[in-house]
Design a protein around this ligand. Structure first.
Ligand SMILES: [Zn+2]
Ligand SMILES: [Zn+2]
Ligand SMILES: [Zn+2]
Length: 747
C-alpha cells in the first residue's frame, strides 16, 4: 500500500484522510487493547501518547511527520532481509503506553468478562429493542456467557480472550507468535471448543471496544448526503452533480467527490457506564449537587430545572445523559490558506461533577466536515440529529457497571456552544445585518452609522421612569419610551419558522432572502428533536468571543489605534449628521477639516505610559508574560493578543491601568465593565450577583452611549446585555464557552 499520502500538503484531500484511516486501522490492529498510542503528528512527534481517537484528530490538524512512512513505532516491523516490495507480514510487536493499565481498561470495557450475567442479568432481562446497538450488546452478552467448551467451568470465551490478550500485550507478543500459541491451545482443548483460531478472530470478538466511524458520501455542493433513502443514488437530486469523481475506465473502485465522517455517539455514551467510577459520577448532578443560591454547574441553571419539570420521566433516571454540543472551525493550514478548514462537532456530557465535566477525556467528536459548511451545516447534522432522535425516543440498552444491571440510556442536548458566525449556522438566524441579535430579533434598535450597522437603544432596558429616558442630545438625539424587546419562547419561534418556506441547501441555490423571512436563513434541523422547542436556551453566546471582541473595540478606541478605533472621521461626520455631541465634530478652524483626539482616547504620552505599565506587569502565575510580548510601546499598539490574554487584560490590567489617564466619567463605566466580566466568568455564580450584573450592564451600555459615537456599538457590544440572563438560565460560563473546546482542538 502506497504511503505517499503522508507527503500530500492538502490534509483535506481524500487521499490524506483515507491514509489516516489506514494508519489508525493499522495502529489499532497492531496494538490490541491499547487505549493510548504514540501520536505521530508533527507536534507530538511520536513522543506523546494519546487516545487513538485523538491521534486521528491530531493527524488531520497537524499532519503526520513527513518522514514517518515506516510505522515501526506502531508495530510495523522493519525487515532488512526481505526486499521492501515484499508484502509485509503481520508480525509485529504491539506498542503500549507503559502507564496504561491495560487489564483494568479491558475489564472496564468488558464488564461481562468478570460479572456473572446469567444470574444477575436474568431479573432485568433487556426488552428487545430494534437497534443494531442492542444486537451488539446481545452478541457480547452471549459470548460472555458461552462456555469455552462444553462442560468448561472456569472460562467463557470472553474471559479467555481477555486473559490471553492481556498476556499478549504484557509480554509484547507479536501477532504471529500469538497465533501460534492460540493454534496450539485450540488443539489441546476438546474439539468442540470455541477459542478463536487467531488474533484476527479474537479482535473481532473485542469489537465492542470499537471507536469506528462511518464515512458518508456527500454532494460536492453541500446539497445533501448519500445517506439512508439516498444511499444508492449516483447523482445529487438537487444539483445533478455526480457522486463520484470521473476516473479512467479501468478503475474498479469509484472515488467519491466528498466525504464526511460520522462517529456514532451511542457506543461512547454506553462506555461512560462501563467504568465503575464514571458510571457513579454520571449521577452526580442529581445525587451530590447542592441546591442553593450559588450556581456551580449547568444543572443549577433554570434551563435544566425547567427541562426536568417538562420531562419528568426523562429526569427520573439521573443516568440519562445531558449533552452539550459545540462546533469549532479550525484551520489545519494555519492562517495562510483560509479556504480549507475542518469543522468538528463535539458532544460532551454535562452529568459529570465540575472537576470532570468539560475535561478532554469526555469530549466526543461526532461529526467531521472538511470544509466550512456555511448554512448547509444542517445537511451534515443529519446523522447526528437522527441518532439524537433515537436516543431520545428509544434510548439504547446499556450496561451499568455501578449497579451490574442493564438500563435504557436516553440522551438529550441541552444547548449548543458556538462563536458568533457558527451561531448563525446552527440557530438559523443570521448574525449579520439590521437584525443581528437572535434574542431581540426584529425588535432590535439598529441603524446605519459611519458605513456600518450599529446597535443602540440600551435605554430600553432601564426602568420606564428612569431619567435617562427623557434625555435626547446626550444619547442619539431622541428620548426613549419603548420597553425592552420581548422574549420569544422556543414554541413561538418554531411556529414562526413553520410559516416560512426555505430554499434547499447547497452552493448552487440562490441565497436571496425574502423580507418575510427576517433574518431566518433556514429552519434548524435541531427542531426535529421533540424537546428542542421546549428548551429555554438553545444556543449560547460564547462569552470568550464576546469578551475578546468587546476588548478589541474598547481598547482600540481608547488608545486611538488606527484601524481598530471606532472613532473615525466617518464616525465624527455621523455625529454631525445626527446633530449630537458637538464637541466631537470635525475641527474646521483651518482650511482642512481635522479630527481632534476625543476625550475618551488617551493622549500620546499617556498612551505610552499605559503601554509601558502593561508591558511591565508581572503576575505570579505567569499570565502576563504573553501580554507583555504583545505590546508594541513605540508603535502604540498590540499585536497577537489571544482570547485568553484579552480575558486577563480586561479583568486585571484595564481597571488599574487607565485610572488617572482618562476622565473619571469614562473610567467609571469601564471599571464596571471589567467587574462585569470578572464576575460573569467566575467558576461559581451567585444568582443575586447575576441580577445585579443584569442591572449593571445596562448602566455600562447607556453610559457608553453617552460617551462613544454610535459607530462604537457593534453587535458584540450589544449582546453583552443578554449575558447575565444566559448565566441565570444555564449556570457558570466555563461549561458553555469555547475555551475547553479550543484547547481540546489544539492540544
Ligand atoms: Zn499529536
Ligand atoms: Zn448537489
Ligand atoms: Zn439583543
Amino acid at each position: 500500500m502506497s504511503r505517499r499520502w503522508i507527503q500530500n500538503p492538502n490534509r483535506c484531500a481524500d487521499e490524506y484522510l483515507d491514509g489516516i484511516e489506514d494508519f489508525i486501522e493499522f495502529a489499532r490492529r497492531h496494538n490490541p487493547g491499547a487505549t493510548r498510542i504514540r501520536c505521530p503528528c508533527r507536534r507530538c512527534n511520536n513522543t506523546l501518547f494519546e487516545s487513538i481517537e485523538t491521534v486521528g484528530f491530531h493527524l488531520v490538524r497537524n499532519g503526520m511527520i513527513e518522514t514517518y512512512s515506516i510505522w515501526n513505532l506502531h508495530g510495523e516491523q522493519v525487515d532488512h532481509a526481505s526486499s521492501s516490495n515484499a508484502p509485509r507480514v503481520d508480525n509485529v510487536e504491539p506498542i503500549v503506553d507503559p502507564n496504561d493499565q491495560v487489564m483494568g481498561i479491558i475489564q472496564d470495557a468488558f464488564p461481562f468478562a468478570s460479572t456473572n450475567i446469567n444470574q444477575e442479568g436474568e431479573d432485568d432481562v433487556p426488552t428487545p429493542i430494534d437497534s443494531a446497538e442492542f444486537e451488539q450488546y446481545e452478541k457480547l452478552l452471549k459470548n460472555a456467557n458461552q462456555e469455552l467448551y462444553p462442560g468448561c467451568e472456569s472460562f467463557s470465551i470472553l474471559t479467555a480472550i481477555v486473559e490471553l490478550m492481556h498476556g499478549k500485550i504484557k509480554y509484547r507478543m507479536s501477532n504471529l507468535c500469538f497465533d501460534y500459541f492460540l493454534g496450539v491451545f485450540k488443539r489441546m482443548l476438546p474439539t468442540d471448543n470455541c477459542l478463536p483460531k487467531d488474533h484476527k478472530h479474537a479482535q473481532k470478538v473485542l469489537h465492542g471496544l470499537g471507536l469506528g466511524y462511518e464515512k458518508i458520501h456527500t454532494c460536492k455542493n453541500n446539497c445533501m448526503l448519500f445517506y439512508k433513502e439516498h444511499e444508492t443514488l449516483d447523482t445529487c437530486p438537487i444539483c445533478n452533480e455526480s457522486r463520484f469523481k470521473m476516473t479512467s475506465q479501468n478503475r474498479t473502485t469509484k472515488i467519491p467527490q466528498k466525504v464526511m465522517r460520522y462517529l456514532p455517539l451511542k457506543p461512547r455514551l454506553q462506555r461512560l457506564y462501563m467504568s465503575m467510577h464514571t458510571a457513579t459520577d454520571m449521577r452526580w448532578h442529581k445525587e451530590k449537587r447542592v441546591d442553593d443560591d450559588v450556581m456551580r454547574h449547568p444543572a443549577d441553571g433554570e434551563t435544566w430545572k425547567e427541562f426536568d419539570r417538562t420531562f419528568p420521566e426523562f429526569a427520573a433516571d439521573p443516568r440519562n445523559v445531558r449533552l452539550g454540543l459545540a462546533t469549532d472551525g479550525f484551520n489545519p493550514y494555519g492562517v495562510l490558506n483560509q479556504h480549507h478548514s475542518t469543522w468538528p462537532i463535539f458532544a460532551f456530557p454535562y452529568n459529570l461533577p465540575p472537576w470532570k465535566c468539560m475535561k478532554k477525556e469526555y469530549m466526543m467528536m461526532t461529526v467531521l466536515i472538511t470544509e466550512d459548511p456555511g448554512r448547509s451545516i444542517d445537511v451534515y447534522l443529519r446523522p447526528l440529529v437522527d441518532e439524537l432522535k433515537d436516543l431520545w425516543t428509544n434510548g439504547v440498552r446499556t450496561y451499568d457497571k455501578s449497579t451490574g444491571r442493564m438500563f435504557t440510556l436516553r440522551a438529550a442536548v441541552m444547548w449548543t456552544v458556538n462563536d458568533f458566525p457558527a451561531y448563525a449556522m446552527v440557530s438559523g438566524w443570521s448574525t449579520k445585518g439590521y437584525m443581528a441579535c437572535h434574542v431581540c430579533k426584529e425588535d432590535i434598535t439598529s441603524g446605519w452609522h459611519a458605513g456600518k450597522v450599529c446597535y443602540l437603544g440600551h435605554r430600553r432596558w432601564l426602568p420606564w421612569d428612569h431619567e435617562w429616558r427623557e434625555k435626547d442630545k446626550e444619547f442619539d438625539g431622541n428620548t426613549e419610551r419603548r420597553l425592552r424587546p420581548r422574549e420569544w419562547s422556543g414554541d413561538e419561534i418554531l411556529e414562526q419558522l413553520n410559516l416560512l418556506d426555505f430554499a434547499p441547501f447547497g452552493k448552487t441555490v440562490s441565497r436571496t432572502r425574502p423580507s418575510t423571512h427576517l433574518n431566518w436563513t433556514h429552519k434548524p434541523m435541531f427542531f426535529e428533536l421533540p424537546y428542542w422547542s421546549k428548551l429555554k436556551l438553545r444556543h449560547n453566546l460564547d462569552v470568550m468571543h464576546v469578551e475578546k471582541n468587546v476588548f478589541d473595540t474598547l481598547v482600540g478606541t481608547m488608545l486611538d489605534i488606527e484601524g481598530k478605533t471606532k472613532d473615525t472621521i466617518k464616525a465624527r461626520l455621523d455625529l454631525e449628521r445626527m446633530g449630537i455631541r458637538r464637541g466631537l465634530w470635525m475641527n474646521r478652524d483651518s482650511d482642512k477639516a481635522r479630527r481632534d483626539l476625543a476625550f475618551f482616547s488617551m493622549k500620546p504620552n499617556d498612551k505610552k505610559e499605559f503601554l509601558k505599565f502593561v508591558s511591565s506587569v508581572k503576575f505570579s502565575d505567569g499570565y502576563a508574560s504573553n501580554i507583555a510580548r504583545c505590546v508594541n510601546v513605540d508603535g502604540g499598539k498590540f499585536t497577537g493578543l489571544k482570547s485568553h490574554d484579552c480575558h486577563v487584560f480586561m479583568q486585571r490590567l484595564l481597571p488599574v491601568g487607565i485610572r488617572h489617564l482618562l476622565p473619571e466619567d469614562v473610567v467609571k463605566p469601564i471599571m464596571l465593565l471589567s467587574i462585569f466580566f470578572s464576575q460573569l466568568t467566575a467558576k461559581t455564580l451567585r444568582r443575586t450577583d447575576m441580577f445585579q450584573l443584569r442591572h449593571d450592564i445596562v448602566q455600562v451600555l447607556c453610559k457608553f452611549e453617552m460617551i462613544f459615537p454610535p459607530a462604537f456599538f457593534t453587535s458584540m457590544i450589544h449582546v453583552m446585555v443578554h449575558l447575565p440572563e444566559e448565566a441565570l438560565l444555564a449556570g457558570p460560563v466555563n461549561y458553555r464557552w469555547m475555551y475547553p473546546i479550543e484547547s481540546f482542538s489544539e492540544s
